[in-house]
Design a protein around this ligand. Structure first.
Ligand SMILES: C[S@@+](CC[C@H](N)C(=O)[O-])C[C@H]1O[C@@H](n2cnc3c(N)ncnc32)[C@H](O)[C@@H]1O
Length: 379
């Protein structure tokens, strides 16, 4: 049986139903002036960035059944994502497990947000919205789809996303990265590719980022392989829209990543100088950042980080024909908290120079106004 798609677009999960209205907790400041700078931005000890191996996160998911649905984007790209109710179910099950590894025990404040408040509140420095898939992540997927076609179809434009070191800055459910991974396997591309996924919360990486990566990879497997890998002697069931994370499935995922020269790195913790220092070793040439400029506190940090990460990588590669680019997607205005596309563009202009080429594409549909900002560093 093939990966079964029992859901229709109308039966989207509860996260989408909420996603057109962004809710922010009162602790999220609505400051108007942008005066935060990377150099002076202080990250508390407990939020310093940390790298986690994919293996360690996958290990913590062994034996978990993941329920998922799919979403069709405006440009008909299909992407799979774990259901929010399934995340809640796992959290509640783990809550009753006293043998649980202390590394995976979720803090009560986050547990409450996901279970009680249906995950829609952003609470600054506690939870930054990563459990939910936000609208602009679908715009990002469609734009990545176009960039991939542009690469294969035209001359002069040389961003090969499947042969890039890509940072998903503020990945949350990481759907754009999942789309890239899916394309890597669908096209059987063996060129080396890195995906660096960062989220403020480790729990988001463990409960939605990595599950979505494995679901989307699994969707590219021949049905017999999928059946074989998700079945064992005790659990011989494979059901539609459900993926059983067996040891065999994990091993095959890791093997196929290795065979296809694909590296996945996961980073939890806050953006800031330490984060940029940490990711500099991955020589990132493509940054994706969807719905990360809602706060006027972190908007300038995102802007400066994009500038620094791209220009440092270009220096490392000595500009040898690589493209250094960022695709940022956001709502035009985040009501009540001050972040906006206009603020981002004006701030980015004030900190960058003419080597950065910026293009803005507005999305016109019946939902909230949104934009895609394409920033290319041309040294
Ligand atoms: C609104 S969510 C968007 C998630 C995802 N990109 C999407 O579009 O569905 C914002 C994301 O940025 C991350 N984020 C926000 N502030 C952050 C900070 N100070 N440091 C690190 N990550 C942060 C959150 O963890 C979250 O994943």
């Amino acid at each position: 049986m093939a990966f079964a798609f029992g859901f229709t677009n109308e039966e989207l999960s509860d996260d989408d139903a909420e996603s057109s209205s962004t809710r922010f907790n009162s602790s999220t400041p609505a400051s108007k002036s942008i005066n935060y700078k990377l150099d002076t931005y202080k990250v508390e000890e407990e939020h310093l960035p940390k790298v986690h191996t994919l293996e360690s996160i996958l290990k913590s998911l062994e034996g978990v059944r993941i329920t998922f649905d799919y979403h069709k984007t405006t440009n008909d790209n299909i992407i799979y994502r774990r259901d929010l109710f399934d995340v809640k179910h796992q959290i509640m099950m783990e809550d009753c497990d006293d043998k649980l590894d202390s590394k995976v025990v979720i803090k009560d404040e986050i547990k409450n947000i996901v279970i009680e408040k249906n995950d829609s509140d952003v609470q600054r420095n506690i939870y930054e919205g990563g459990f939910k898939s936000w609208e602009c992540s679908y715009d990002t997927i469609d734009e990545i789809g176009k960039l991939m076609n542009q690469y294969s179809g035209s001359t002069g434009f040389s961003l090969n996303i499947l042969n890039s070191s890509t940072l998903d800055l503020g990945c949350g459910t990481s759907l754009p990265s999942c789309y890239i991974l899916m394309k890597k396997f669908e096209t059987k591309c063996e060129k080396s590719m890195k995906l660096i996924l960062s989220d403020f919360n480790y729990d988001v990486l463990r409960l939605v980022t990595v599950p979505n990566l494995i679901i989307n990879w699994a969707s590219t497997l021949p049905s017999e392989d999928l059946q074989r890998l998700t079945t064992d002697e005790i659990n011989s069931r494979f059901e539609a829209n459900e993926l059983f994370i067996t040891t065999n499935l994990i091993n095959e995922f890791l093997k196929q990543l290795k065979d296809s020269n694909t590296e996945i790195k996961l980073i939890s913790g806050s953006w800031g100088k330490e984060f940029n220092d940490l990711v500099s070793k991955y020589h990132i040439n493509f940054i994706i950042s969807s719905e990360t400029i809602y706060s006027t506190v972190t908007l300038p940090i995102v802007a400066e980080s994009i500038k620094i990460i791209l220009s440092d990588s270009a220096t490392f590669f000595k500009n040898n024909g690589k493209t250094f680019m960022c695709l940022l997607a956001a709502k035009n205005i985040y009501f009540g908290v001050g972040g906006s596309i206009v603020e981002f563009l004006s701030h980015f202009k004030s900190i960058s120079d003419s080597k950065f080429k910026v293009e803005v594409k507005e999305i016109h549909d019946s939902q909230l106004k949104r934009s895609l900002v394409l920033i290319e560093y041309c040294p």
